[in-house]
Design a protein around this ligand. Structure first.
Ligand code: GLN
Length: 481
């Protein structure tokens, strides 16, 4: 499949039209959905109508994404389309407004072709928590695509769209990107507006980008990044030109390696792939330095306290009064709340709400929530110390390649441990990117993760581009357009 610039060039030269481009993407989405279940909604009518407007020159604004089809995780609001968050509780909810990221993509000429499947309220690492059945991994449909943004990852991996948006609270962009063999970028907290992203853990959530190459990722980030008056946590930090950053080499850049993170619990083939990637960076002129993240071993515990606490508060709004689903036959208001939430939420979401209310409850608050916040500060300090010595830290993205359906779903702790390398970035607020760096002996993608200081997305993309140019990712998934 073409890159964004190839697509926009073809359209600009009149060799194809936005309409033909988007119809081809819609065809692929519909055909492959039978095997992948990557889309919860496909908007053929709306997408074709918009493509016609673009071809007729009626769409205002810039044109960097002119006619480019894009898929959006179903927890990001797109006006006139469903937003289910992979849950039953939102019923047929259609937001009356666009997320800021969506408005900006549309301004640049992108066309949303559909909403992608995900774990319910973005809680999960395998897509098995979607109320609408899991997404299947295009490399092996007996395996999970990762989570929670599995639909967006699979849609890009299978060649349905060049780019897609997901959300990343503890790894939900980077981990599925790794398991599906595509790039997944989580920006710095505050880089991209969360307005219109359904909240899970508000101090952790960021919208992120799936792409197949660094140039496309750079283009999409360029479009969606920056201050937004609708989201007070967006920072007034200038947005650099990301495409320009890709032009320079990485000679002399310093890459940090924490040996402790390459030890116990890591799949041997993943370890070997990461070691090889580190050598590749050395060959490209980077300097490899040892760093220590002594508090990273507490990250899973801290994350599953803070994320569940914030989720329990954010999800209190789904009570059957304002949005979507409402249980029937509830004689009194309290029954209605209880029944709606009982029938509307799946088991993992209920587990998180219970954990979250527990760690926030009087008597336990100090022991869990407050303590977790303190360790979170120590972890931030770890990163500050590491980044005083290097430009980026390299780790695996996920401890194993894609696992089988059912393998971890009955053991929440085993599932949570899958997030060991990704949750640190959200806790510290720093940006991270997952880059495909090899295939396992079973032919499954392996991803490396690069983490950088605040606002260092340009450097992360530059490191990604340099690596991909020297070592193009070989292999195509079994399910591919
Ligand atoms: N897998 C993690 C979780 O279940 C991360 C989810 C996410 O980033 N949205 O919470």
């Amino acid at each position: 499949m073409e890159s964004i610039s190839q697509l926009t060039d073809l359209i600009a030269r009149g060799e194809t039209s936005a309409r033909a481009t988007v119809e081809a993407a819609l065809d692929r989405a519909e055909t492959l959905n039978e095997s992948l279940n990557a889309f919860l909604a496909i908007d053929r009518e709306g997408a074709v109508k918009r493509a016609e407007e673009i071809d007729a020159g009626q769409s205002a604004g810039e044109t960097s994404l002119h006619g480019v089809p894009i898929a959006i995780k179903d927890n990001i609001c797109v006006r006139g389309m469903q937003t289910s968050c992979g849950s039953r509780i939102l019923g047929p909810y259609q937001p009356p407004y666009n997320a800021t990221a969506i408005d900006r993509l549309l301004q640049a000429g992108a066309i949303v072709i559909g909403k992608t499947n995900c774990d319910e309220f973005a809680m999960g690492s395998s897509n098995e928590n979607s109320a609408f059945g899991p997404v299947r991994n295009p490399w092996d449909t007996s395996r999970v695509p990762g989570g929670s943004s599995g639909g967006s990852a699979a849609a890009v991996a299978a060649g349905i769209v060049p780019v897609a948006l997901g959300s990343d609270t503890g790894g939900s962009v980077r981990q599925p990107a790794s398991l599906c063999g595509v790039i997944g970028l989580k920006p710095t907290y505050g880089r991209v507006s969360r307005y219109g992203l359904v909240a899970f853990g508000s101090s952790l959530d960021q919208i992120g980008v799936f792409a197949r190459n660094a140039t496309d990722a750079a283009l999409v980030l360029q479009t969606i990044a920056g201050r937004d008056p609708h989201d007070a946590t967006t920072a007034d930090v200038p947005v650099p030109n990301y495409a320009d950053a890709l032009k320079s080499d990485i000679n002399g850049m310093r890459i940090g390696v924490s040996r402790a993170l390459l030890g116990e619990g890591l799949d041997a083939e993943v370890r070997a792939a990461i070691e090889k990637a580190i050598d590749a960076y050395k060959d490209l002129g980077a300097e490899i330095v040892d760093v220590d993240l002594p508090h990273a071993k507490y990250a899973i515990a801290v994350y599953y306290i803070i994320a569940t606490a914030e989720a329990s508060s954010n999800l209190a709004r789904y009570d059957g009064v304002r949005y979507g689903f409402r249980a029937e036959e509830a004689p009194a208001l309290r029954d209605m709340y209880r029944k709606t939430r009982d029938e509307g939420f799946g088991p993992e979401v209920k587990r998180r709400i219970m954990l979250g209310t527990y760690v926030l409850s009087a008597g336990y608050y100090d022991a869990y929530y407050l303590k977790a916040q303190k360790v979170r500060m120590l972890l931030r300090q770890d990163f500050a110390n590491a980044f005083a010595r290097c430009d980026a830290v390299v780790t695996p993205t996920s401890p194993t390649p894609a696992f089988k359906f059912g393998e971890k779903v009955d053991d929440p702790l085993a599932m949570y441990l899958n997030d060991v390398y990704t949750v640190t970035a959200n806790l510290a607020g720093v940006p991270g990117i997952s880059v495909p760096c090899g295939l396992s002996s079973e032919g499954l993608p392996i991803g490396m993760q690069l983490l950088g200081p605040y606002w260092s997305e340009a450097n992360l993309l530059r490191l990604t581009h340099a690596y991909q140019t020297a070592h193009p990712f070989e292999g195509t998934p079994k399910i591919h357009a």
